[in-house]
Design a protein around this ligand. Structure first.
Ligand code: NDP
Length: 396
């Protein structure tokens, strides 16, 4: 029986993974090793009981008594804190879903590579912050990283059986998010609830707002560069409001392979869960006679400064991805908290990168995960300073 662990089990990706496991036989078909969550211990305990997990881990130590109480009498172990997440990753598993949101997902996924199994990578921050280290660690242990981001799963599938040297460019599609049809001058006034009204995809709160600001696509551009090893100039972003083409790969003979499907993450998750086979999946089938038209528009870097910043990060490389992501996470916290305007988020990230670049070391290659984590901490401090400065200017 395949041993499975899910980091971020209570989130959008985690729950959809468990939904597929349920449909594919549940605990009778999979041995669940570890399930983890942030603070939602009630749901974590219910899932751990249903899937008969060995251990349930909450990232927040103050939630441990509640988790223990919810698991009482089940025989399932309960643990809490960042160290417990790593210990859970130390438990041998054949297939690990990395679906914690943010840089917090990096260390557990990195650790789980030691088993030489498959890491299904939804946590895009891992490749953005520590791409070369993560890939080297996977190679060292003979582990396989399968992309779960729908765009990267699409590219992966388009490349099956192809010679990577024949690849000319990768075209990442972007829905444009909730605010894609807003006039540019109105964007600065967007509220959290307006940014959360995604027209096509149902996702977690943070990635949905990142989708409206295009920070999500900026992370994906960097993720593409790291995972597929292509040059930044080979990556193009195009807005495709229908979200039916999940990405495209163009080859040197002029052929373009596009991956189409309903906007449902269970396709990419299910592909990674069943790879190299394809299993029956509960996703809507496209009917081309009723689809209407597929439309495209350029992804303008004036409207979406996050995309310009991603290009700067790819030019600098080294630790700049870690700084970019950390600054983005802090700016997003402040936007969600109400102290920062929607358009200020890019300003905070840009100002943070400028300060850190002036201090030197942004382009240095990480030698170990600790280098990445140290940059993450430093960038969060600087970004918080910048966010306060932006908020003060806004209030004045
Ligand atoms: P959610 O916010 O829905 O879920 C995040 C999960 O991580 C939850 O289980 C949450 O627990 C847990 N968590 C939150 N903070 C921490 C922390 N500090 N330490 C440990 N665990 C934590 O996120 P999504 O499922 O939307 O996204 C997960 C990842 O997948 C992200 O990196 C995202 O970019 C990526 N992704 C998501 C897609 C989607 O469709 N949702 C598509 C492609 C990629 P709790 O429930 O207790 O808060």
């Amino acid at each position: 029986m395949r041993r499975i662990s899910i980091f971020g089990a209570t989130g959008s990706i985690g729950l959809q993974t468990l939904d597929l496991m349920r449909r594919q036989g549940g605990p009778a078909a999979f041995h669940t090793v570890a399930l983890t969550a942030g603070r939602n211990v009630a749901e974590l305990a219910a899932l751990a009981r249903e899937f008969r997990a060995e251990i349930a881990v909450t990232a927040d130590e103050t939630c441990l008594p509640a988790l223990r109480a919810a698991l009482a009498g089940s025989g399932i172990e309960a643990a809490a804190g960042a160290g417990a997440l790593l210990e859970a990753a130390d438990r041998p598993a054949d297939w690990i879903m990395s679906a914690i949101v943010g840089a917090a997902g990096l260390a557990p996924g990195f650790r789980a590579l030691r088993h030489g199994g498959t890491l299904a990578l939804a946590n895009k921050e891992s490749l953005v912050t520590a791409g070369p280290l993560l890939l080297a660690e996977a190679a060292r242990h003979g582990a396989r990283i399968l992309p779960v981001d729908s765009e990267h799963s699409a590219i992966f599938q388009a490349l099956v059986g192809e010679d990577i040297t024949a690849l000319e460019r990768i075209i990442l599609t972007a829905s444009g998010g909730a605010l894609r049809d807003w006039p540019l001058e109105r964007l600065a006034t967007a509220t959290v609830s307006e940014a959360l009204a995604h027209p096509n995809w149902s996702m977690g709160q943070r990635i949905t707002i990142d989708s409206a600001s295009m920070f999500n696509k900026a992370l994906e551009v960097i993720e593409t560069r790291e995972y597929f090893g292509v040059e930044p100039g080979q990556i193009e972003v195009i807005v495709h409001p229908e979200s039916l083409i999940h990405s495209m790969v163009a080859f040197r003979d002029g052929a373009i392979m596009a991956h189409l499907g309903a906007p449902d993450m269970r396709h990419a998750i299910g592909y990674a869960l069943n790879w190299p086979q394809r299993a029956e999946l509960p996703v809507a089938r496209l009917d081309f006679t009723t689809l209407g038209s597929l439309t495209f528009r350029p992804a303008c870097e004036t409207r979406y400064p996050a995309l310009r910043l991603a290009r700067e990060v790819m030019a600098t490389r080294g630790l700049s991805g870690a700084a970019f992501n950390a600054a983005k996470e802090i700016a997003l916290d402040h936007f969600i908290g109400g102290s920062l305007g929607f358009a200020d988020m890019a300003g905070v990230v840009e100002a943070t990168l400028a300060v850190l670049s002036g201090q030197g070391g942004l382009g240095n290659a990480a030698k170990a995960l600790d280098d990445v984590l140290a940059m993450d901490v430093g960038a969060r401090i600087e970004a918080a300073r910048q966010a306060t400065a932006f908020a003060t200017r806004r209030a004045g």
